[in-house]
Design a protein around this ligand. Structure first.
Ligand code: APR
Ligand code: PHB
Length: 399
């Protein structure tokens, strides 16, 4: 017999989406239980991207999650685009109404959110197994799982939030789902290195041998990526080979990538994926559970947070105000933003990567587009407003 309990919102997944949702609901006085299949240590160590739109930073500050972000985050007012051996700066502050972005690793945000939830007495069940959700079209959906000690538990909820990422269990439970997908013929090999970045802002470089991205985590730690084959074994990339390839793809006279000890190395596949509707009965999807963008546009985390802001508002109206109107428009509201970001991420990806055996016509189109965004103010404004956050969401939270 399972141990039964009751909460208002059952949340599957303690990634950025699930954790932020639990936090925002608590600010509205709405109780939740988060169930996560991985351990806390695993969730806190997972390396992901680290670029936050200004709107995301403002939200995190407003809800009391900005302390370490403000101390350790690095504000950037633009990016560099490099191609044909030349580096061009795009100044977002001049191209937009003064907008900026912040480098702060997703791993750190996850740590901050877990600490805040636990300090506030929130429930996060890590290392759960056999996680399942049922009775989604009733007004008491059920979240069931085996807890860390193997005890069977059943939580009766008002609503379930599927924040369980791309490989989660919730999305397949939505009947009549439409799925749109593009798998790219390349992947990113990402490294973390103990090396002071030799650039002040991110460099996106298109090189005939493939794309490279120069990012960072702190004044002493660099985060670098190389385009590689989709099935590339990480073992084929000893540190010397990585540095040589990075030096080549970022080469500029009188400048070099600063090298250091490599502390993390992994390969990430590149895909665009959108599934809708993001709701079925009392089940709502948020974040990577419903959509994936390739990391070139740095939109993944920001999009997940946008879903969660909309969902927290809709659940407040439904559970406290008994109005389901916002819940009814949740999917359409989110998908509009998701498709804008999907287009932007696909466009950045397609402009900067060189596919294996690429048609020379395609290469000339990419270069023409890169010359256009680095010479036309109109084109640069479009890139800058998408990158720094198109139509930032308004929110009403305060910690
Ligand atoms: N039961 C419980 N938890 C699960 C299950 C399951 N069956 N399946 C997956 N999970 C957990 C995963 O272990 C993970 O911790 O759900 C969480 C999903 O987190 P993310 O994959 O980080 O997705 P999300 O919270 O939507 O965050 C989106 O992550 O991939 C990046 O670029 C993306 O920055 C974006 C962000
Ligand atoms: C990162 O810092 O990890 C990062 C930054 C920008 C991107 C992708 C990843 O576009």
């Amino acid at each position: 017999m399972a141990v039964t309990s009751r909460t208002r919102v059952g949340i599957v997944g303690a990634g950025p989406a699930g954790l932020l949702l639990a936090h925002l609901l608590a600010l509205h006085g709405i109780e939740s239980v988060v169930v996560e299949s991985r351990s806390r240590a695993y969730c806190e160590a997972r390396q992901r991207a680290g670029l936050l739109e200004a709107g995301t930073v403002e939200l995190l500050r407003a809800v009391g999650l900005g302390k370490r972000l403000d101390a350790e985050g690095m504000q950037h007012g633009g990016i560099y685009l490099q191609f044909e051996g030349e580096r061009h700066h795009l100044d977002f502050r001049l191209l937009t109404d003064g907008r900026w972005v912040t480098i702060y690793a997703q791993t750190e945000i996850v740590r901050d959110m877990i600490a805040a939830r636990l300090a506030a007495g929130g429930v996060i069940e890590f290392s759960a197994s056999d996680v399942a959700v049922s009775q989604l079209t009733s007004d008491r959906p059920v979240l069931s799982y085996l807890d860390e000690s193997g005890v069977a538990r059943e939580v009766s909820c008002d609503v379930i939030a599927g924040c369980d990422g791309f490989h989660g269990i919730c999305r397949p439970l939505i009947p009549g789902l439409s799925v749109y997908e593009r798998v790219y013929p390349y992947a990113w090999l990402g490294i973390l290195a103990d090396a002071a970045p030799s650039t002040d802002e991110l460099i996106y470089s298109r090189h005939p041998d493939g794309f490279a991205l120069y990012s960072m985590r702190s004044p002493d730690v660099s985060r670098l990526y190389l385009q590689v084959a989709p099935d590339e074994p990480v073992e084929d990339w000893p540190d010397d080979r990585i540095w040589a390839e990075l030096q080549k793809r970022f080469a500029i006279d009188g400048w070099s990538v600063s090298e250091g000890a490599v502390t993390d190395k992994s390969v990430t596949a590149m895909r665009s994926f959108v599934a809708g509707p993001m709701r079925h009965g009392r089940l709502f999807l948020a974040g990577d559970a419903a959509h994936i963008v390739p990391p070139t546009g740095a939109k993944g985390l920001n999009l997940a947070f946008s879903d969660v802001i909309v969902l927290a508002g809709a659940l407040r109206a439904a559970l406290l105000g008994r109005s389901w109107e916002l819940a009814d428009t949740y999917s359409a509201t989110c998908l509009e933003r998701v498709w804008r970001a999907t287009h932007f991420s696909w466009w950045m990806t397609s402009m900067l990567h060189v596919a294996p055996g690429q048609d020379p016509f395609e290469s000339q189109l990419q270069l023409a587009q890169l010359r256009y965004v680095t010479s036309s103010r109109a084109a640069a404004v479009s890139l800058a407003e998408n990158y720094s956050g198109y139509k930032p969401l308004r929110f009403e939270f305060s910690a």
